[in-house]
Write a protein that binds this ligand. Structure first.
Ligand SMILES: [Zn+2]
Length: 76
């Protein structure tokens, strides 16, 4: 089986690896190591949101409010 893209490295969440870094959003795009499952991680709060579709992160980042910590304005 061929992976579409090599991971940048392991993420802070065990079992997940970083596929893309999105520093402008303080976010990382994660992929599960053993499944085609993707998530968006808030680097500040280490909160991950599962993505239903591969490109759902764009919609989440555009809308904002996907990380509860950021919504409350919490400083990690
Ligand atoms: Zn956050």
């Amino acid at each position: 089986m061929t992976r579409q893209r090599a991971a940048l490295g392991p993420s802070v969440i065990p079992g997940w690896e970083v596929l893309y870094d999105k520093p402008e959003h303080k976010a990382q795009y994660l992929r599960h190591e053993s499944a085609d499952t993707y998530a968006l991680l808030c680097v500040t709060h280490e909160v991950a949101v599962l993505l239903k579709e591969f490109h759902d992160d764009r919609e989440l980042l555009r809308q904002g409010g996907w990380c509860a910590g950021c919504v409350k304005g919490e400083v990690a």
